[in-house]
Design a protein around this ligand. Structure first.
Ligand code: ADP
Ligand code: ZN
Ligand code: ZN
Length: 722
C-alpha cells in the first residue's frame, strides 16, 4: 500500500504530498514517522492508495505508525483542505490546528494505572497466611483496587497472592481531570416561555445560523444547555465555544454539573497532560461535548449536533497567528458538513453579525428581558471634567464614593472596572475631553514618541504633536491612565475595613488564578472586586449591587474603527454584572465625554439605537461591513530583505490593483505604524476593498514572497493596526 503523506514541516518548499510504502491497516488521518532527507520526521497520512506513480526503487517506507485510530477524522481532513485553500498557507500549519500541541512535541504520554481484582478461592489460602487472607477478603468486598495503594497497605501479600495465580491485574488508561473540584450536579430548571420559544425556533428554522440577541441575564445559557442536551439525546455531539478570557470556571461548572464527564475542556490554562487527555476523550467518543476557546472549534468530534458560540462579538474569536482564521467561518463549515445548527449568542452582537441577521441571512431571536423580569440596573453618567475642576484628583467621583459607602453599609458587594483594553497613547484633554482624530478616517490618532508625532493607523497620515488643546487651549492634554494597583491603594485609604480583591494580568497567573479570585468573591470573602475587562464577562455574582466604571471612554480612543462598538460592548457587559439576583443594581459610569452617543446608548441599554447610528457611520466612512480592510505585513530582522520583499509584494499587488481598480477604495504601501517590534522591521501594504474577490490573489502574492528570513502574511479586518 502507498500512503500519501504531508510532512509536519511548515515550509512552502515541502508543502506537497510525498508517497511512502506502508502496511495494510494504515488509514487517512493517522500520524506516521517517515524518513525525510537525511532525517526522520512526523507526517500525516492524507490518503491511502494501491500504487504510486513513482518507480518502486524511489519509494521509501513509513517507519512507524503513531496512532491506532486516526487522529483526524474524515471531516477534519476535508476541513483542512478547505482552510488551506482559503488561507493559502502550508498544509502542515492547518493540520496542527486539529491536534493538541503536546501531541506533536511528544512531551506527554498517556497515564496508566494497574487495577487488581481477586479471582481465586479464599479457602485455598492457608490460614497462617493471615495477610493474604485479609487482602483476598478486602478485594472480594471491594471488587477491585488500584495496585499502588494496595501494595502500600498489604505489602508482600500482593506479590504472594499474585504468585498463587489468584490475582487478575489489568492496566487501564487514566484520564487526568482538570476540574475535579467543581460542583458535581445541578437542578434542571424548567424553561421560561421565552427560552422554550427560542429552542423551538432554532430547532425548526431552515437557516443554519441563529443569533440570540439577549440582554445580560436573559437566560441564554439555559438555552444553550437545552440544545446540547437535545443533541446528546439524538446520539450526537456538541461544541460550545466561549471567549478566551471568559473561560469562566462558572460556565464550566454549570456544564459539568449538567453533563458530567461528557464534557471535555480544551484550554490553554490546563497542563499539557490534562489537555492531551481531554482531547483524547473527545476523539475516542468518551466525551461528547467540547468546551473551550476558539481552538476548540477544531475538536475531534463526529456527528456534531449543535455548535454554540457564546459572546460571539468577542475579539478572541479571530486567530492572530497563521492561519489567521475566523472562528465563525470554521464553525459554519463544520455546521454545514454535519447538517447541524450554529447558534451565536450575545447581549451586544458585533455590527457585522447583527446586520447579517437583520438582512435575513441568519435567524434572529431577541430576548429583551431578564429572567423573572428583573429590571436592568440603572446607569448614572458622571462628568469627570467637573471632578477635575472641583479639585478632586482621585479616580472616584463624589457620586461613586457615596454609592460605594451605601453599598458597603448594606453589606452588598461592588465591582470597580478599569477600562484597560485599548489604553493606548492617545491625546485627550482632561479639561474639555477633546480627543485628536484623523481628518480623513475619524479614528483616534496614536502618539509615537520616537518621532514625537501623531499617526493615523488607517491611512498613515502624520500630524504634529499638540502642545495645547485646539478646543479649549488647556495644556493638560496628556492622559495617563490609572492602574488597578493605584485604585486598590486609594480604596484601602478610603475604606480601611473593606476587603478588596484585585483581578488583572498580575493576579491571575496560573491555571486557577481566575478560578480562585472568582470563587473567593462569590463566597463573599471580599466586598470590592477591582479589575480590568476580565471582570466584565459572563460571571454571575448574586450579591453585587453596584458597579463602578472608572474610565468608560478610554476604549473609545483606541485607534480602531471598532472602538465605538467595543466600548458599547464593554460598558453593557460590565453593567450587566450588577443586580443579578433579587436586589436592584446600580451602575456609575465615569467619563470625560458625557455627551458621547455610544455611552448614552449604552447607559439606556439601547442596542438598536446604537446599531442604527453606528451602521450609518460605517457606511459613510466605508468601514466594514461595507468594506474589507486588508493588510499585507512584511517583517524581517533584516531591513534590506524586508524592503526587497515589500517591493516584490507591492509590484505584484499593483497589478491586481490595476486590473480590479473598482474593488479598491484605498491602496498604499508604507512603514507599519510601529516600525520595529521585537527586532523585526515592519512594512505593510494597506488596502480597503469593496469585497473579498481579490483576496485569493492577495494571499497567493503573500505566500510567494515568504522566505526563510522574511515573514509575509495577510490580515483581514485586523483588530489592531499598529
Ligand atoms: P445570560 O447568559 O443571558 O446572561 P444566564 O443564563 O446567566 O443569562 O441567566 C441569568 C440568571 O437567570 C441566572 O442566574 C440563571 O440561573 C437564571 N435562570 C436562567 N434560566 C432560568 C429558568 N428557566 N428558571 C429560573 N432561573 C433561570
Ligand atoms: Zn480642551
Ligand atoms: Zn486617517
Amino acid at each position: 500500500m502507498i500512503a500519501e503523506v504531508i510532512v509536519d514541516i511548515a515550509h512552502s518548499e515541502v508543502d506537497r504530498i510525498f508517497d511512502y510504502v506502508c502496511d495494510e491497516g494504515v488509514l487517512p488521518g493517522m500520524r506516521v514517522t517517515v524518513p525525510f532527507g537525511r532525517s526522520v520526521t512526523t507526517g500525516f497520512v492524507m490518503r491511502v492508495k494501491e500504487e504510486s506513480s513513482l518507480p518502486p526503487e524511489k519509494l521509501k517506507k513509513v517507519y512507524r505508525v503513531l496512532d491506532d485510530v486516526p487522529a483526524l477524522n474524515s471531516e477534519c481532513l476535508a476541513l483542512a483542505d478547505k482552510l488551506t485553500r482559503r488561507y493559502r498557507c502550508p498544509k502542515a500549519l492547518v493540520l496542527r490546528l486539529f491536534l493538541p500541541a503536546e501531541m506533536r512535541t511528544g512531551k506527554v504520554s498517556e497515564r496508566y494505572k494497574t487495577v487488581v481484582s481477586f479471582t481465586g478461592d479464599i479457602d485455598f489460602i492457608p490460614p497462617r497466611a493471615r495477610r493474604q487472607r485479609e487482602l483476598a477478603a478486602f478485594l472480594l468486598e471491594n471488587g477491585e483496587a488500584d495496585s499502588g495503594p494496595l501494595r502500600e497497605a498489604f505489602g508482600g501479600a500482593v506479590k504472594a497472592l499474585e504468585e498463587r495465580g489468584m490475582l487478575h491485574l489489568e492496566r487501564r488508561r487514566v484520564f487526568r481531570d482538570p476540574y475535579e473540584n467543581l460542583q458535581k450536579s445541578a437542578p434542571v430548571r424548567p424553561l421560561t416561555p421565552a427560552q422554550e420559544g427560542a429552542v423551538e425556533t432554532i430547532e425548526h428554522t431552515s437557516k443554519t445560523v441563529t443569533l440570540i440577541h439577549g440582554v445580560t441575564g436573559s437566560g441564554k445559557t439555559e438555552i444553550y444547555l437545552t440544545l446540547i442536551a437535545h443533541a446528546l439525546e439524538e446520539g450526537r455531539s456538541a461544541i460550545f465555544l466561549v471567549p478566551e478570557i471568559s473561560l469562566t470556571p462558572q460556565m464550566f461548572s454549570q456544564l459539568r454539573a449538567r453533563f458530567g464527564a461528557n464534557c471535555a475542556i480544551l484550554h490553554s490554562g490546563l497542563s499539557a497532560g490534562e489537555r492531551f487527555d481531554e482531547w483524547e476523550r473527545l476523539r475516542s467518543g468518551d466525551a461528547k461535548i467540547a468546551i473551550g476557546a476558539r481552538s476548540a472549534v477544531f475538536a475531534p468530534l463526529e456527528n456534531i449536533g449543535v455548535i454554540v458560540i457564546d459572546e460571539e462579538h468577542d475579539g478572541s474569536y479571530s486567530s492572530e497567528s497563521t492561519p489567521r482564521y475566523n472562528t465563525f467561518d470554521v464553525a459554519l463549515l463544520r455546521a454545514k458538513h454535519n447538517g447541524c445548527k450554529l447558534v451565536l449568542g450575545s447581549a451586544t452582537p458585533s455590527i457585522e453579525t447583527y446586520r447579517r441577521a437583520k438582512e435575513g441571512e441568519f435567524e434572529l431571536i431577541t430576548l429583551p428581558e431578564r429572567i423573572n423580569r428583573r429590571p436592568m440596573p440603572e446607569v448614572q453618567l458622571v462628568d469627570m471634567r467637573r471632578e477635575v475642576k472641583r479639585g478632586n484628583p482621585s479616580p472616584f467621583s463624589a457620586v461613586l464614593k457615596e454609592k460605594l459607602e451605601a453599598c458597603l453599609a448594606r453589606g452588598d458587594q461592588a465591582i470597580l472596572f478599569l477600562n484597560r483594553r485599548g489604553y493606548s497613547q492617545t491625546v485627550i484633554c482632561r479639561d474639555c475631553g477633546y480627543v485628536a482624530k484623523c481628518e480623513h478616517c475619524d479614528v483616534s490618532l496614536t502618539y509615537h514618541s520616537e518621532e514625537n508625532c501623531l499617526k493615523c493607523h488607517y491611512c498613515g497620515t502624520k500630524y504634529h504633536m499638540l502642545s495645547a488643546c485646539p478646543q479649549c487651549g488647556s495644556v493638560h492634554i496628556n492622559y495617563v491612565g490609572t492602574g488597578t494597583q493605584r485604585v486598590e491603594r486609594e480604596l484601602k485609604k478610603l475604606y480601611p475595613s473593606a476587603r478588596i480583591l484585585r483581578m488583572d494580568n498580575d493576579t491571575t497567573s496560573g491555571k486557577e488564578g481566575h478560578l480562585k479570585i472568582l470563587q473567593r468573591f462569590t463566597a463573599r470573602e471580599a466586598d470590592i472586586l477591582v479589575g480590568t475587562q476580565m471582570v466584565a464577562k459572563g460571571h454571575d455574582f448574586p450579591f453585587v449591587t453596584l458597579v463602578g466604571i472608572l474610565d468608560a471612554d478610554m476604549s473609545l480612543h483606541f485607534p480602531d474603527y471598532r472602538s465605538g462598538e467595543r466600548t458599547f460592548q464593554l460598558v453593557t457587559q460590565v453593567a450587566g454584572r450588577s443586580g443579578r439576583a433579587e436586589n436592584r443594581g446600580e451602575v456609575v459610569l465615569q467619563t470625560y465625554d458625557p455627551d458621547n452617543y455610544i455611552l448614552r446608548y449604552a447607559a439606556s441599554y439601547d442596542y438598536e439605537g446604537f446599531y442604527a447610528h453606528e451602521i450609518g457611520m460605517r457606511q459613510a466612512m466605508a468601514f466594514p461591513p461595507f468594506a474589507r480592510i486588508v493588510r499585507v505585513m512584511v517583517t524581517s530582522e533584516d531591513d534590506k530583505l524586508a524592503l526587497a520583499a515589500l517591493k516584490q509584494v507591492y509590484t505584484a499587488l499593483q497589478r491586481v490593483y490595476a486590473e480590479e481598480a473598482e474593488k479598491f477604495l484605498f491602496f498604499n504601501k508604507m512603514h507599519a505604524p510601529v516600525k520595529r517590534i521585537q527586532n523585526k522591521f515592519r512594512y505593510q501594504v494597506l488596502m480597503r476593498l469593496t469585497d473579498g474577490e481579490p483576496l485569493p490573489r492577495i494571499y497567493d502574492i503573500a505566500a510567494e514572497a515568504n522566505s526563510k528570513d522574511v515573514l509575509v502574511y495577510v490580515e483581514e479586518n485586523p483588530g489592531n493596526l499598529s
